[in-house]
Ligand binder design. Structure first.
Ligand code: FPP
Length: 225
């Protein structure tokens, strides 16, 4: 079977993970970044996974305390700098979705650099959602298409979005059962998995079990089997 699965993950629970250890919330983000690395490597070796989209910073996350936001920006910078070699080694193409114009010029430059330096990789695509919100993505697509003379088709709309691929498996860690403005268009027929594990405790083994469960679910896409 060709690699075809798109896995999307809401990585929730970093703060609670740290607080349960008597640590500052940011320690949870630091531990979470290590899990991003492990999961990406696992997906790059998996025979069925073509793309993984990870919700790393939402359009709403700016409301967090300034120090936490600054820490997340630094962590992202550190992660991308360190990861470049690993992406190339594992044949992973990096892509950002979301409106990165809100980030510092140096972070924008780094994001573009990692995208360019991995653009030849043709294994897994790792897509990080950065300053991403589905409402914002949809509005940007509408504005891009608003002067179109023809009627807008589903294909045209989908192509105007940052993320052009339908999601097959959506996982949210951390126990909450909500979508939080993530990939609203692309989740239309995704299989949803809400799990209690906090993101820093998530691992490749648990993802493997979710994929096993996905493989026995019957997907009908609104039709009959
Ligand atoms: C949600 O946990 C997580 C985030 C808002 C940020 C996600 C960031 C990472 C996983 C680490 C950095 C990633 C990269 C790619 C460098 P939360 O803080 O809302 O946790 P809580 O619900 O327990 O408070």
């Amino acid at each position: 079977m060709n690699k075809s699965l798109h896995v999307a993950i809401i990585m929730d629970g970093n703060g609670r993970w740290a607080e349960a250890r008597g640590e500052k919330r940011v320690k949870g983000h630091e531990a979470g970044a290590k899990v991003v690395r492990e999961i990406t490597k696992f997906c790059s070796k998996h025979k069925d996974i073509e793309r993984i989209t990870l919700y790393a910073f939402s359009t709403e996350n700016w409301k967090r305390p300034r120090l936490e936001v600054e820490f997340l920006m630094k962590l992202l910078e550190h992660y991308l700098k360190n990861e470049l070699e690993e992406y190339i080694k594992n044949n992973v193409k990096f892509e950002a979705i979301g409106d990165i114009r809100a980030f510092s010029k140096s972070l924008q430059k780094l994001i573009k650099k990692v995208e360019e330096k991995t653009s030849h990789c043709d294994g897994l695509v790792q897509s990080l959602a950065l300053n991403y919100g589905a409402h914002d993505e949809i509005l940007r697509a509408v504005n891009q298409l608003k002067n179109e003379k023809k009627d807008i088709t589903e294909e045209m709309f989908s192509n105007a979005l940052d993320c052009k691929d339908e999601v097959d498996i959506m996982i949210r860690t951390g126990g909450d059962h909500r979508i939080s403005n993530f990939l609203l268009w692309q989740l239309s027929y995704a299989e949803l998995f809400f799990i209690d594990t906090l993101w820093p405790d998530f691992n490749a083994e648990e993802l493997g079990k979710i994929i096993d469960q996905f493989n026995i679910r019957e997907r009908r896409f609104g039709g009959l089997n």
